[in-house]
Design a protein around this ligand. Structure first.
Ligand code: PLP
Length: 370
């Protein structure tokens, strides 16, 4: 495949996924791939092993399940498969994705307690301690790592310590951080970590994946509230039949993801990727502040993934016009999602480099029309 023959994208996606991917990732999808033979199954097995390795040093206690659908499907597969009928889930939330976990849980008729820290409040381990002390029926705790609604990083290490001091099961939605922020699932005492193909691994949308503590997952047989989203069954089939998916798998997306994993290794792994993301984010915020914008969150809570900015204080400013102008300049931004303030978001993950961030800030400065 001659990559120079692929068309250039008319703009960079500065969104939290789907995001800008490399030409290599796109090229991997330009042929048809067989799903049922050994070659494909071996590739799936190799991906599963690589994902466990990305989750830290302790490979023996963890396993991976790949699940069709967008990231939310994988979150739903976890909630619906791992919390038993007589279980009770506490969801710590500070944005749309935490709220979505709570919504999934309620739709599935799981006994649910929601602890809301507000859109610009960090999840607090001490508050969780109080809740667990007051309610011994709780069996599971779920939290989002990078709350993509604002760009907030939640303190998953401290939360994990509280969860485990009460002997509960720990579920982390690391959708938008896994692959872009180095973490070790065993050190963090996570039982189930959820992420998807089209975020920091820089693949395209179509499936999610779950890193699971094998001993815990083994207890979930026959417990799922859904057939297609049965995490245990999907895992068992992949284990027994060497990487086989139960139902049609997104072959092109899996091949593209495999290519994305090779490119992640070429870049130097998560450690190196997170350096690039941090640098992207630093250049973005410093540049934006220099031309008069203000970030929503304090720096110590800010993830290296996506940043929320307040609208400029001008009655002439509209996000729609700002968005259209920048799209013409080759940059696609992301609207805000919080209710108490007018904000927009800029993602800095994907096939995006520090020079792109400099060019973006320059383009914004050139287009200050309000
Ligand atoms: C992207 C994302 C999801 C999943 O969203 P989908 O649209 O279903 O892929 C879940 N949680 C977080 C924190 C996310 O950033």
């Amino acid at each position: 495949m001659n990559l120079t023959q692929l068309p250039d994208n008319p703009y960079l996606l500065l969104t939290p996924g789907p995001l800008s991917t490399s030409k290599g990732v796109k090229a991997a999808m330009l042929r048809d791939w067989c799903t049922w033979d050994n070659e494909y199954n071996d590739l799936v097995q190799s991906l599963r092993a690589k994902l466990v390795s990305l989750g830290g040093r302790n490979h023996d206690d963890y396993t991976t399940v790949l699940m069709q659908g967008s990231g939310t499907f994988s979150v739903e597969a976890v909630i619906g498969s791992v919390v038993p009928e007589d279980g009770k889930l506490v969801v710590l939330t500070n944005g749309a994705y935490g709220n979505r976990i709570a919504q999934i849980s309620k739709v599935l008729k799981v006994n649910t307690v929601v602890v809301d820290f507000g859109e610009v409040g960090q999840a607090e381990p001490e508050k969780l301690r109080e809740v667990l002390e007051g309610d011994p029926e709780i069996t599971h705790v779920a939290v989002v790592h990078c709350e993509t609604t604002t760009g907030m990083l939640n303190p998953i290490e401290e939360i994990g310590k509280v969860v485990k001091s009460f002997g509960k099961i720990y579920i982390v939605d690391a959708m938008s951080s896994f692959g872009g922020v180095a973490l070790d699932v065993a050190d963090l005492q996570i039982d189930y970590l959820v992420s998807s193909a089209n975020k920091c691994i820089q693949g395209v949308p179509g499936f999610g994946f779950i890193l699971a503590k094998t001993e815990e997952l083994k207890k979930c047989k026959g417990q799922a509230r859904s057939l297609s989203l049965d995490l245990y069954d999907q895992w068992e089939t992949m284990e027994k039949y060497n990487g086989k998916w139960r139902f049609t798998s997104p072959t092109h997306v899996v091949r593209a993801f495999y290519q994305a994993m090779l490119e992640l290794a070429e870049e130097g792994g998560i450690e190196k990727r997170q350096v690039r993301y941090r640098e992207n984010q630093r250049i973005l915020v410093e540049g934006m502040e220099a031309i008069g914008f203000r970030a929503l969150l304090p720096k110590e809570w800010q993830s290296p993934i996506i940043t929320s900015f307040y609208f400029p204080e001008s009655p002439q400013f509209t996000f729609a016009a700002f968005y259209e102008r920048l799209k013409k300049e080759g940059f696609v931004l992301y609207p805000g999602k919080i209710s108490h303030a007018d904000t927009f978001r800029i993602g800095n993950i994907g096939e995006v480099y520090p020079h792109d961030m400099k060019n973006l800030v320059q383009a914004i400065e050139n287009n200050i029309f309000w």
